[in-house]
Design a binder for this molecule. Structure first.
Ligand SMILES: Cc1cc2nc3c(=O)[nH]c(=O)nc-3n(C[C@H](O)[C@H](O)[C@H](O)COP(=O)(O)OP(=O)(O)OC[C@H]3O[C@@H](n4cnc5c(N)ncnc54)[C@H](O)[C@@H]3O)c2cc1C
Length: 587
């Protein structure tokens, strides 16, 4: 098969890239290859939370001055721990209003009051920039983009097609994929928009099959990945996958383990911290509330389960004793005034009755049932290192959305991931179109693809171990050693496991699943090796001397980002530091 541009993925980033490529040059043949059914796989199409945010600096966004995008860019960069490329943060902020407008015109039903988009403050941001439709903002974005894509005949869609490798010489030549048969695709330009890799962890809130294919394919093709240690993690309900943030914490529930013991009071954690966890959901060393995640993680590591109890107050809790600013914040959240604040449940009912109904619809009655929770993986801040044109270090290869990296740092203020899919999705599509328009086919794809096919033929083994056992071991290892508490001994154990699994023979199985597992291993290797380099804490990367010690502090020695790349000589992932692009005048 031959096309000008191959777009890998079917989420918000891929769809925006396809539309932008078409809008730039409608003579090009554009192909979207997606692993499942379009609109029914990947994070954008399936994720929900209590209120999903799309960040934008609009003319109506405070502080209402002409350059208000600068505050947005600085938030991304500084709250991100100054380990991202500032020029990319600037691009995100400057283009956010246009990105919002595009979606608005496509019919995404953003909340508005008197015609003005309603915006709220999310974790990390200083000004209210979060636009939303509700718990389904991402789903609405996917739906609107998809409707537009279906109207364009030049965009060919290959569903149930997993791209397994990107084929390169000194530039992009095409890709190899699996649908019913093996597929060789010659392409002048490729846009990788394959999303994150939640499936490498046992506990995550991603949809299924997010196995890090884009990261692994890019590594094998020779790309640089950046910031792979920075992964958003937060306390989530195990049964429903819902992030336990906002009102769920602001009603100050009781944290207990499976022995019925309260354990937060041992770690100098106050009721105020539990309340503040509502606004600092993802773990970050920059917030004291990360002590809650650490305490929960330690209980789980001891083999216990952890629950939120809404029927009883934490020991020694008295609502009236809370500091005034907390009580004022609580008052500002009230939806159904009752003046009954006796239990966490009655408080939750007062500030967010919808959450109670939401859980009830899913078989959990918070007035009596315990809510099991665990730290879950939600977003990969790093990825394929891109420049201002969304281009990787390989000619003709572009990346956008969650699988791209360098635009976000350690922390990612909530709402900027969906924004990223639109801003860099558009840039990737446009720049791929400009490139493809000038490029020629060099007819190398068959040769390169046949080499890969021969490699795949060796993957199955009648004597090997069943894939599900290997995959579970990897997930368990990552959730144990590369999650909330990262320390040298644990990371070494994780790497040993990955090395062993890499050389273990796999029992005959579906080729696509074997390749997914290999992609998970390579992505995990890049994550673990990057974690090992950063012997400090920054954002969600909490580094400890030992499992039971306190997290190390941020250290200016690590004001760099780490890049992962495969060394072609020995075929191993190697990590090296690089200086990010700083704001002008910033040393
Ligand atoms: C529970 C949850 C809540 C979130 N809340 C927010 C929020 O409020 N605000 C915010 O900004 N962000 C939020 N995020 C993050 C945000 O939703 C994602 O970062 C974003 O949707 C990713 O979009 P994407 O297009 O890059 O990737 P995805 O939407 O994940 O799309 C990736 C696509 O690639 C396909 N694919 C993967 N591998 C292959 C392959 N080998 N071949 C072919 N196709 C492939 C997948 O099937 C999928 O179609 C949240 C995420 C989660 C999980």
């Amino acid at each position: 098969m031959r096309c000008d541009i191959l777009i890998i993925g079917g989420g918000a980033a891929a769809l925006r890239a396809a539309l932008a490529a078409y809008e730039k040059d409608n003579s090009l043949k554009i192909v979207i290859a997606v692993k499942g059914k379009l609109g029914k796989c990947g994070t954008t199409a399936l994720a929900y939370s209590d209120r999903m945010a799309f960040h934008a600096t609009l003319p109506t966004t405070p502080p209402f001055d002409r350059n208000n995008w600068k505050y947005h860019a600085m938030d991304i960069y500084e709250i991100g721990g100054c380990v991202s490329d500032y020029n990319l943060a600037e691009i995100l902020a400057k283009n956010s209003a246009e990105a919002f407008e595009y979606l608005d015109k496509l019919g995404v039903p953003f909340a508005k009051k008197d015609g003005v988009p309603v915006q709220f403050v999310t974790d990390g941001s200083i000004y209210p920039r979060a636009c939303y439709t509700g718990p389904d903002t991402a789903v609405q974005i996917e739906r609107a983009l998809l409707k537009k894509v279906y109207e364009i005949p030049n965009i060919q869609i290959l569903e149930d097609t997993m791209i397994t490798d990107i084929l390169v010489s000194d530039k992009v030549e095409g890709a190899i994929g699996l649908s019913k048969d093996i597929l060789f695709i010659e392409a002048k330009a490729i846009v990788v928009a394959t999303g994150g890799a939640g499936s490498i962890y046992k506990v995550n809130v991603f949809p299924a099959r997010m196995t890090g294919d884009g990261y692994a394919m890019a590594l094998r093709a020779g790309c640089e990945l950046v910031n792979m240690e920075f992964i958003q993690i937060g306390l989530s309900s195990v049964k429903t996958n819902l992030a336990c943030s906002g009102s769920i914490m602001r009603c100050i529930p009781r944290f207990i383990n499976s022995n019925g013991e309260e354990f937060l009071n041992k770690d100098n954690i106050t009721f105020e911290d539990i309340f503040n966890k509502g606004a600092t959901w993802p773990i970050s060393i920059e917030h004291k509330t990360c002590l809650i995640d650490i305490a929960v993680f330690r209980e789980i590591s001891k083999g216990k389960k952890v629950y939120l109890d809404f029927s009883n107050n934490p020991i020694n809790f008295n609502f009236d004793d809370l500091p005034n600013e907390i009580k004022e914040r609580y008052d500002s959240e009230i939806k159904e005034y009752s003046n009954n604040r006796k239990t966490p449940f009655s408080r939750l009912k007062e500030i967010n009755p919808q959450t109670i109904s939401w859980f009830k619809e899913r078989g959990i009655d918070l007035s009596k049932d315990l809510l099991e929770l665990a730290p879950a993986i939600q977003h990969f801040q790093g990825g394929i290192k891109i420049d201002k044109d969304a281009k990787s270090n390989i000619e003709g290869l572009f990346a956008c959305g969650e699988c791209a990296g360098g635009q976000h740092g350690a922390n990612r203020p909530g709402g900027n991931a969906l924004l990223d899919t639109q801003v860099f999705g558009k840039i990737a599509g446009e720049c791929a179109a400009i490139y493809a328009n000038q490029a020629t086919y060099s007819n190398k794809v068959n040769l390169l693809a046949k080499d890969k096919q021969r490699e795949y033929d060796k993957y199955n083994d009648e004597q090997g171990i069943e894939l599900k056992y290997l995959s579970n071991e990897l997930k368990e290892t990552m959730s144990t050693f590369a999650s909330v508490i990262r320390f040298e001994e644990g990371l070494n154990k994780a790497l040993d496991t990955i090395e062993r699994l890499k050389s273990t023979k796999i029992k005959h199985d579906k080729l696509s699943e074997i390749i997914e597992f290999k992609n998970m291993l390579l992505t995990a290797e890049a994550v673990v090796k990057t974690c090992m380099q950063r012997k400090e804490s920054r954002g969600p990367h909490l580094y400890f001397e030992q499992f039971e010690s306190q997290p190390l502090k941020r250290d200016s020695k690590y004001d760099v980002y780490f890049v992962a790349q495969i060394n072609k000589e020995n075929n191993r992932v190697e990590i090296y530091p690089k200086i990010p692009i700083r704001p002008q005048g910033d040393d």
